[in-house]
Design a protein around this ligand. Sequence first.
Ligand code: HEM
Length: 264
Amino acid sequence: MRSKAALAIIAIGLFAWCWPFAAQAAVDREKLLKDTGVYATFAVFKVDEDWWKLDKVARASAAAEVKAAFQKHGNSVTTDTYLLRGLVEKADFFVRVHATEMLHNQNFLVDLMGTALGKHLVNTHTFNGITKGPNYVPSLPDDLKAALKTPLDPGAKPYAIVVPVRKDAEWWITGQDSRNAMMKEHTEATTAYLKTVTRKLYHASGLDDLDFITYFETAKLDDFNNLIIGLERVKENRHNKQFGNPTLLGTIRPLDEILDILSR
Ligand code: HEM
């Protein structure tokens, strides 16, 4: 008995000793951006008017504090930052956060909001979702499945667009075969844009008032415009109860650049 207790104490001790080192390892960004079962939070912010009244030194020191908050959580979340200012009226920037637990996204955002800059941030929108495996791709004909593997054109894709989507009740009670047919039509409408538009789909039902958060990157906003028009013409679009509202159009920028713009 005594030896069992001693072993348990050693095991607890070892765990406590190893834990800080394990926790310090940076998250595997590539894996989080690729895997299913990953939680994503899109946190959208507007800087309040008082922020711009602060002197430059105060704004620069607040920016350094924000960088520290990003670094502190680099062991549990991976982040991407986007500038909306100038293109979106109600918001200045957003952060896309991925982690294996929604709690990690929340802890990071709570710390960010607790910084001196955070106290000047109005959180205009937050979208929560999870990545999942495909529901419809397996039912697509082989030629369409093959088309989905079309390689992207090389080069930077500086624009990011986020479109929140909510389906109507009719969609969810429609049988799988009919939905497969509608998603086939959806996919056919997109093939002309596979080279220029990258996409990522998040499922949001129950985690938000949405059903999906759709995320895109492109260098060709004209293509994106035509892609949306094409998708508005397919039957599946009749089931979109919410499409955008808000649509976020921003540019992908490093955190330093966004902080620099806000500190000028
Ligand atoms: C290159 C562009 C696009 C391609 C190749 C594409 C292709 C697809 C495919 C194959 C699926 C089925 C995924 C599955 O098997 O679960 C899907 C789902 C979906 N797509 Fe697109 N899509 C594109 C653009 C868009 C755009 C622009 C929107 C809206 C802004 C959109 C909204 C959705 C939504 C909401 C779903 C989920 C439907 C559901 O599960 O009920 N897609 N898309």
